[in-house]
Design a protein around this ligand. Structure first.
Ligand SMILES: NC(=O)c1ccc[n+]([C@@H]2O[C@H](COP(=O)([O-])OP(=O)(O)OC[C@H]3O[C@@H](n4cnc5c(N)ncnc54)[C@H](O)[C@@H]3O)[C@@H](O)[C@H]2O)c1
Length: 374
């Protein structure tokens, strides 16, 4: 706890409030932690980043320069061994190491924030959720796309009931390349299966899939997928097309590409009373086109168009981070160890894993268990 002077809503009478200062250790000082997490932590009064570990000496030196006084370690093991006083470990390494680091941190009694994808297999993801349950510590994923301003507007429109029952969604993510990691380490690790666990499905699939769960308010029951590798020099796919079936004959269709001619997201949501289309910051909500299939009822429709700055071009997504981190803190303060978000994260890993299997088997339809998630 630390005492903080707080000014009231009218700017008067400072009073003293006891505020918990969370002591955070960060593993991996690469793009997302250097440009996203740590700048976002710097905006908070309730977080102190006290320790950093990175296996790349140049990155560790950059971390020390950016955070004077931070204790720096050459491995997560050293950090966990030396830092007796931490509350939270923030994991921002490539996916192949998420499970090992998270399980060790949970066993040490730390709450864990973990970048997506949670893990590179359901087996690893299961070990992580089981470790959180056993340690009675929160494991929480960085599902930051839910916190993009325009995505919040979609969710509010769905939750308001204006669109009726949501029956189908489409999510298209276009990139002209894979995201690059920092140049001091291995900038193309996302195309190396041993490190990434897979290509665009593993790298970006989580964002797509947890949004489908939120918009269709359920977990999928089956899928059929096709993964394609256009760039022959890598061992990972750069395009994925997948159809997810949800209970009640509802569907999500997603296409993700690293070989597109632009950087953009295009999302649509269709309900029994209306629909939404989002093209980056531009959104359009139509209400009054009942989708009965009878082509009737279009007389009283309304179409609302608006722009919501959501910083899609800034891949660090710093501005979305703190709203997500607040949810993580809420899970900690309510002892919600194996929370809904981490269960969804597990379901994302299962969907990704089954996308690969479906594609290998000629886009065969596969049933989903999502057993830790339901
Ligand atoms: N949520 C998002 O919007 C978003 C955006 C970008 C990246 N990410 C995720 O963040 C993670 C990191 O991606 P990045 O783009 O920052 O990669 P990066 O290559 O820029 O950085 C990775 C850093 O981790 C370090 N590292 C590697 N293995 C390590 C280990 N075992 N222990 C300690 N340090 C280690 C490297 O030296 C490097 O500094 C990935 O899981 C990625 O999917 C999420």
């Amino acid at each position: 706890m630390q005492a903080a002077f707080v000014v009231d809503d009218f700017g008067r009478q400072p009073y003293i409030q006891l505020m918990k200062k969370w002591k955070v250790g960060v593993v991996g000082y690469g793009f997302i932690s250097g440009k996203g997490h740590i700048p976002a932590f710097a905006q908070r009064e309730d977080v102190d980043v006290v320790a950093i570990a990175d296996i790349c000496p140049e990155r560790l030196a950059l971390a020390q320069a950016a955070l004077p006084g931070v204790r720096a370690y050459a491995s997560y093991q050293e950090l966990l061994a030396q830092e007796a006083d931490l509350d939270i470990l923030d994991i921002a390494t490539p996916p192949c190491d998420h499970a090992e680091i998270a399980v060790a941190a949970l066993a040490r009694g730390l709450h864990v924030l973990c970048e997506k994808p949670l893990a590179t297999s359901t087996e690893e993801a299961r070990q992580m959720l089981t470790a959180a349950e056993k340690a009675k510590r929160v494991l929480f994923p960085c599902h930051n796309y839910k916190h993009a301003p325009v995505v919040k507007v979609i969710q509010d429109a769905i939750d308001s009931g204006r669109l009726g029952e949501i029956t189908s969604v489409t999510l298209q993510t276009f990139r002209n390349t894979h995201a690059k990691g920092v140049k001091e380490w291995r900038t193309d690790w996302r195309r190396d299966r041993r490190t990434s666990g897979g290509g665009i499905a593993m790298d970006h699939g989580s964002h797509t899939f947890y949004l489908t769960y939120a918009w269709l308010q359920a977990l999928p029951i089956s899928l059929t997928a096709k993964a394609v590798r256009l760039a022959p020099q890598w061992d990972t796919e750069d395009n994925l097309t997948v159809t997810l079936e949800f209970p009640g004959q509802k569907f999500a269709h997603a296409h993700l590409s690293w070989t597109a001619g632009m950087r953009k997201v295009i999302y649509t949501v269709q309900g029994t009373k209306g629909g939404i289309v989002v093209n980056d910051d531009e959104a359009e909500i139509s209400v009054g086109f009942p989708n009965t299939g009878s082509h009737s009822g279009t007389a009283d429709h309304t179409v609302e168009k608006f722009t919501i700055e959501s910083d899609w071009m800034d891949a660090s997504h710093t501005k979305w981070f703190n709203s997500m981190f607040d949810k993580f803190l809420k899970a900690i303060t309510t002892n919600d160890f194996v929370n809904a978000e981490i269960r969804e994260s597990y379901a994302c890993v299962e969907v990704i894993e089954k996308c690969y299997r479906s594609s290998e088997e000629g886009a065969r339809e596969l049933k989903l268990a999502c057993d830790f998630a339901r």
